[in-house]
Design a protein around this ligand. Sequence first.
Ligand SMILES: *Cc1c(COP(=O)(O)O)cnc(C)c1O
Length: 377
Amino acid sequence: MKVPFVDLHAQFRSIESDVRAAIDRVIASQRFVFGPEVQAAENEIAAYSSATHAIGVSSGTDAILVGLMALGVGPDDEVITTPFTFVATTMCIARLGARAVFVDIDPRTYAIDTSKLESAIGPRTRAIVPVHLFGQMANMKQLLAVAAAHHVPVLEDGAQAIGARYNGEPMGKGSSGATLSFFPSKNLGCMGDGGMVISNDADFASRVRLLRNHGQEPKYISRIVGGNFRLDAMQAAIVRAKLPYLEGWTRARQNHAKSYCSAFHEAKLNPELLSLPYEAEGVHHVYNQFVVRTKMRDRLRAHLEAHGIATAVYYPLPMHLQPCFAFWGYAKGSFPEAERAACECLALPIYPELEPSAIEHVVSEIVAFFSQRENMR
Ligand SMILES: *Cc1c(COP(=O)(O)O)cnc(C)c1O
């Protein structure tokens, strides 16, 4: 039995006519940039996210970049963020000439450890960028309280967390805004690149709106230096076609997570050998990834690969050790939880269309791997 890590074909088969109709609509209109599809996608994602503003942009990365630009981040500024994320989060800080000040992660949720946040704030702190990694929000209650006490704005990287909530609150509540990605493997993926900034802050949202289109208002009068960070109509139409399915897909992901956990519990796998995802209290986790951790990560991964099961490592190298950020001078050992997670984390398949039999297969191969090793002792 082969278990792929994601199966975009399976999803496309289930929604093919909707997606083709959306693409045909754009072709018939011949409006490829801005226009009614982008406007409608913004309105629909704003409603889905319980946000008052949504601005379509060219990718999840550009959503972070324009978000930071809208907050005025520039040279000599510091931006506090997590060392354990996809490189885009940190790279946007570097591209603006600012310095990333890392705060280690909570080893259970993999998000920034908000109890260590306050000591990282200094006179140059211009923004805080938490990442809602794997689909679970960071401790936003504590994070927003610390940020407010120091008058520092917050931009949430929600690329993996569309629809997630913390204590019932959606992303963008109490922060300047949150960024989304429509990269194909995200919970709501388009057919190329796309992203969005959601916000409840009218000033911030209007700056993002200006920045994504060369700062123009009206056309050919540029008020601020921006760029071409637009979401195109084709991707907007595809996102719209898929949005009505998102709740169901998210529920399927959550059910798969439950199935994995109960199968591991039934197999009585020693939690010291393999730890399962932790859901913090009050969290609505949307499971973009189902990440387990083990000291034998690489051997387990090879075993699963040999048995037809694809897995992924998010992320093998923390941000403070990336070659491109060496100029910041962070040393190995500075953020031990992030470094440990980078060696131990393994993402198992959790796409919505995953079959129960595939989950059983994955669990039984993992159990077999650990029992072989126990017997060898
Ligand atoms: C995917 C992702 C991004 C970047 O999104 P793109 O649309 O690929 O540019 C940023 N941050 C995180 C945490 C991501 O997972």
